[in-house]
Design a binder for this molecule. Structure first.
Ligand SMILES: *Cc1c(COP(=O)(O)O)cnc(C)c1O
Length: 349
């Protein structure tokens, strides 16, 4: 029996190990030079005025929302087909979430549903670029609701001639272990708005402040930032590799009509999500028996936690039909073959 192929695996090498080791040996392991260096690198790569690193993507959303002045009585729109992190951040800020359906093809937030859910209290819409496929930001911009880009799954993806993360009022990235860039944990707020960034920077930590207000302890460590800097060097080749694997999966699954939609824009394939008309749990368990770990791409759509039944047709459909299969830069050719064989076998069985 060959080794189990996990659903996710970070791409970490000697360079990351060495970088972390050097920080540890230096004796300065908290937020410092490396974190500032990582912020500069993110600014250069995404093409924004500034970046502030924090300890998670959730914290990045939380501080960004506060810095936008969002608080109790305000409403923030988000899609139902996403993990609960953006929802938590809205509640952390004391605001009210408004859940939306998604577009049928792209898994991204539905424009029509934003229109249905907006009110005079709407202060922003959180737009995750789902699975690495950019949402149609121009259409959302036309609605006049400030956009928060959630690039937890899309760093490196282009929206036209701009990078995702350079368009919204602010954007966030996550550096959790299974994301495009892995630091263990971590996140960043990116923006062109210097005063918003200054506020996020101020709220991030509490020490040596001349006034008192409620602040947080959301700092990144230099160990994480040093690993992140090495990951940034790898990012272009990691994205190329993801695209190569996706093309290979497209070829393998085209005959069963289950390929992932390419989307209108540049897709970086954080996930490869197949569209199948069979029982997803059965397929996950049959592929698992062959040592290939597949998963639902969203554990549970958010509206289902609240037993909201109507208005989420596409999110419900996506939940019942989507299967996420292993795709990451360190997946070997051999492993790719095993994934294809196990998934095709499970689809037939
Ligand atoms: C992972 C993720 C987050 C949260 O990031 P954490 O670093 O885990 O807090 C937010 N939004 C999306 C779309 C994500 O995939």
């Amino acid at each position: 029996m060959s080794a189990i192929i996990p659903h996710s695996r970070p791409t970490l090498g000697e360079e990351e190990a060495q970088a972390a080791r050097e920080v540890v040996k230096s004796g300065y392991i908290a937020q410092g030079e490396k974190t500032r260096g990582f912020e500069e690198e993110l600014v250069r790569f995404v093409g924004v005025k500034g970046a502030v690193c924090v300890n998670s993507g959730t914290s990045a959303l939380h501080l960004g929302l506060i810095a936008m002045g969002i608080s109790s009585g305000d409403e923030v729109i988000l899609p139902a087909f996403v993990c609960s992190a953006p929802l938590n951040a809205i509640y952390h800020a004391g605001a009210e979430p408004r859940l939306c359906d998604i577009e049928k093809e792209s898994f991204n937030i539905s424009i029509e549903s934003i229109v249905d859910n907006r009110s005079e209290n709407t202060k922003a819409v959180i737009v995750p670029h789902m699975f690495g496929s950019p949402a149609d930001l121009e259409k959302i911009e036309e609605l006049g609701v400030p956009i928060i880009e959630d690039c937890a799954q899309s760093i490196g993806a282009m929206y036209g001639d701009r990078k995702t993360g350079s368009i919204g009022a602010f954007s966030i990235i996550s550096f959790y272990a299974n994301k495009m860039i892995a630091c263990g944990e971590g996140g960043a707020v990116l923006s062109d708005d210097e005063s918003l960034l200054a506020e996020v920077r101020d709220l991030r930590d509490y020490d040596e402040k001349s006034d008192y207000k409620v602040r947080y302890n959301y700092t990144m460590t230099d160990i994480q930032a040093a690993v992140g800097l090495e990951q940034m060097k790898r990012l272009p080749t990691m994205i190329e590799k993801r695209k190569e694997i996706a093309a290979c999966y497209d070829d393998a699954f085209v005959s069963c009509g289950a390929v992932m939609p390419k989307g209108e824009f540049d897709h970086v394939y954080y996930r490869y999500v197949m569209n199948i008309d069979k029982d997803v749990d059965g397929i996950i368990s049959r592929a698992g028996e062959k040592g290939v770990t597949c998963a639902r791409p969203v554990f549970r759509p958010l509206h289902r936690y609240f037993e909201m039944r109507s208005g989420f047709r596409n999110a419900d459909e996506a939940y019942s039909r989507s299967l996420s299969i292993p795709i990451y830069p360190s997946l070997t050719d051999d492993e790719q073959e095993r994934v294809i064989e196990a998934v095709l076998g499970a689809l037939e069985g």
